[in-house]
Design a protein around this ligand. Structure first.
Ligand code: GLY
Length: 381
């Protein structure tokens, strides 16, 4: 049953919404999470779970710092969630190996490893022989690899479950199957949420609806530039051994799971809200991976699926108060890094709402920054 009022309403029960509920409840508030479907049933629960700020970084800067801070939060979070809920989020610092194929790629790879080391991060360039010693399943056509030993993996579905469970024990309420359809407002100040099942009064709404944030903004007459970017994944059970580390090549990645399976990814497709996996997507993933790990051809196929990442035109998240509607805070648009950045985003939102000092600066992610308008963007205000 819907309560009549709530301290804070969080729209969206993915990793960002559940993490926000967790941190707010830890601070003594009683947040209400409204989820249109089931908790974690979209990109959060469907994601591969890589915690890979270094492997995807092209330059030092605030986004890398956000990712590194996000990654640092996981070991203690995993312990805390295990202790309070019994759920193991399977956090494992297994490292990532990024293979490269041509001599020509070498200088770019060496440069990436160098600036990362200069920033105090671990990154080592391995020649072919050392890369094959580290991961014998790699193709001997590789030229070498960079090793990022601090990168990690987490079970994304377990993470959402544990955050929600922990938040619930601390006083958060979750209502699933309950879409938020708009806000109640007086001029530029929000005073509640309208849902399919009734209204709830509040002074504070956190929008954490991933790729559905854009359509929610449309109902308010606000441009919230988040759109779906489909990513397909494949689950296989290799016939023999698995790599010990995540293998993250340009064309595809492989993540070994603790159950002896491997998650293979991915694609980036702008096809609206269609999240059916396709023959073309699966074929591209398998072809890309076969080049890097030829033995994958003998793995048993288990299943394939797709999720919708929340994409923004500048590929940075939107975190902070919305400048045009008092009471609305955005926590959305994390694109390829929702799992990595979700727990820390939840903490940042808690700090924003309580007026506390922020764990990291969020200026580059503020909603009021100029976000370019893509030519194919929906015609919204
Ligand atoms: N961060 C990995 C992905 O989006 O597939």
């Amino acid at each position: 049953m819907l309560p009549r009022t709530a301290d804070v309403i969080i729209v969206g029960g993915g990793v960002i919404g559940c993490a926000t509920a967790f941190w707010l409840a830890k601070a003594g508030l009683a947040p209400l999470v409204l989820e249109r479907n089931q908790l974690g049933c979209e990109a959060s629960g469907e994601s591969a779970g890589m915690l890979a700020p270094q492997s995807e970084a092209d330059a030092a800067g605030s986004f890398l710092d956000f990712g590194l801070a996000g990654r640092r939060l996981f070991p203690s979070l995993a312990e805390e969630l295990k202790a309070s809920t019994g759920v193991d989020i399977e956090y494992r610092q297994i490292g990532i190996l990024v293979p490269f194929f041509r001599e020509a790629d070498l200088s770019a790879r060496v440069a990436r490893a160098r600036w990362q080391r200069e920033s105090g991060l671990s990154a080592e360039v391995l020649d072919r022989s050392d890369a094959l010693k580290a991961e014998p399943l790699l193709s001997d056509t590789i030229e070498g690899a960079i090793s990022f030993p601090e990168e990690a993996h987490v079970n994304s579905r377990a993470l959402v479950t544990a955050l929600a469970d922990a938040a619930g024990r601390l006083g958060a309420t979750f209502i699933t199957g309950c879409p938020a359809v708009g806000v109640i407002r007086r001029e530029d100040t929000l005073s509640g949420i309208r849902t399919a099942n009734g209204t709830v009064s509040t002074k504070t709404v956190v929008l954490a609806a991933g790729p559905w944030s854009g359509p929610f903004g449309d109902t308010l007459g606000l441009r919230i530039p988040v759109a779906p970017a489909k990513g397909e994944l494949v689950l296989v059970r290799p016939a023999g051994r698995l790599p010990r580390r995540i293998i993250y090549a340009k064309q595809a990645y492989l993540i070994p799971t603790p159950r002896g399976e491997a998650i293979l990814g991915t694609t980036v497709e702008f096809v609206g809200y269609d999240k059916r996996p396709t023959v073309a997507g699966v074929r591209a993933i398998l072809a890309g991976l076969s080049e890097v790990i030829p033995a994958i051809a003998s793995a048993g196929f288990l299943r394939c699926w797709a999720g919708l990442r929340p994409h923004t035109p500048d590929e940075l998240p939107l975190i902070g108060r919305h400048p045009a509607l008092e009471g609305l805070t955005l926590a959305t648009g994390h694109y390829r890094n929702g799992i990595l950045l979700g727990p820390l985003t939840g903490r940042l939102v808690q700090e924003l709402i309580l007026g506390r000092v922020l764990s990291i600066p969020i200026e580059p992610f503020r909603p009021e920054r100029p976000v370019p308008r893509p030519t194919n963007e929906r015609d919204s205000i």
